[in-house]
Design a binder for this molecule. Structure first.
Ligand code: NAP
Length: 244
């Protein structure tokens, strides 16, 4: 039984490929999105209950290989899964889409983390935070700016700072949508995590079109493990690994 750790569009595509190939697999979602679309594969939802819970789940379900298609910034689940797989001699594959790289006309500022951005963005700016609500608390240093944070689900509570607001939106967004939105909101700065992927790169194209500078938060370092960049390559690894 293959365990597919999901939470990305690649995870979704891979689930469909596994189902189509009739391979025995179970997908796992963290449960952060309230009503995710069905994956077409047996799916469990929610954390495993820490390391002990994860080890128990692997044994109880007879997991024989793990394919980690979690988000490039989901560093804890990836580090732990890679380490435990190695410990248990379980085949483990990380599906990690390539990082975004700037084009010559882009004005990108590579940042180590959210907190570092406070020293970059001038007070009085209108800032679009495409970084999700989880890390919103790290933007306390932007108290002199107007903040707009986009998220998929309606918020559980008020915006954590008086100088900001949530904006609801469910991807994908076209370049035209993003250009129109940034113009309407009067955005001066875009803050993005270097997630990679074509679907969510449209905001970067919009920033290029409108000459908006981008604060690009760099990825956590992935573990040293078998890694592929595409769903196609992941399927090849699975076919090879699960045949042996
Ligand atoms: N971080 C992002 O920017 C981002 C963006 C888009 C989507 N996501 C997706 O959202 C999920 C959570 O991200 P995160 O950054 O909070 O992760 P994280 O910090 O690496 O992991 C935190 C905890 O969430 C649980 N978890 C994470 N992924 C899981 C999965 N696929 N199935 C079951 N449990 C999971 C685990 O809980 P236990 O210890 O209880 O097992 C893990 O210890 C991931 O699946 C990721 O793919 C994250």
């Amino acid at each position: 039984m293959i365990l597919l750790l999901g939470g990305t569009s690649e995870g979704r595509d891979l689930a469909a490929r596994l189902a189509k190939a009739g391979l025995p697999a179970v997908a796992s979602l963290a449960g952060a999105t309230r009503a995710p679309a069905p994956l077409g594969l047996e799916t469990r939802s929610g954390g495993f209950g820490g390391e002990a819970g994860f080890r128990h789940y692997l044994a109880a379900r007879g997991i024989s290989a793990i394919v980690d298609a979690t988000h490039p910034f989901a560093a804890r689940i990836t580090a732990r899964s890679a380490r435990i797989a190695q410990d248990l001699w379980l085949p483990y594959l990380l599906l990690l889409r390539p990082s975004w790289v700037p084009e010559p006309d882009d004005d990108w500022h590579m940042m180590a983390d959210e907190a570092a951005i406070a020293g970059l963005i001038p007070s009085g700016s209108t800032v679009f935070l495409a970084t999700g609500r989880q890390t919103l608390g790290a933007f306390t240093g932007l108290s002199g700016c107007r903040l707009i944070c986009r998220q998929i689900d309606p918020p559980d509570g008020p915006f954590p700072f008086p100088n900001g607001k949530y904006l609801l939106g469910r991807p994908p967004f076209s370049v035209e949508d993003e250009v129109a939105l940034f113009k309407r909101l009067g955005i001066d700065w875009l803050v993005v995590k270097n997630a990679g992927g074509a679907a969510s790169a449209t905001k970067l194209v919009a920033a290029r079109v409108l000459d908006i500078p981008v604060a690009m938060i760099e990825r956590p370092t992935p573990p040293e493990c078998a890694t592929v960049a595409t769903v196609e390559e992941a399927m090849e690894w699975i076919q090879k690994t699960c045949r042996n």
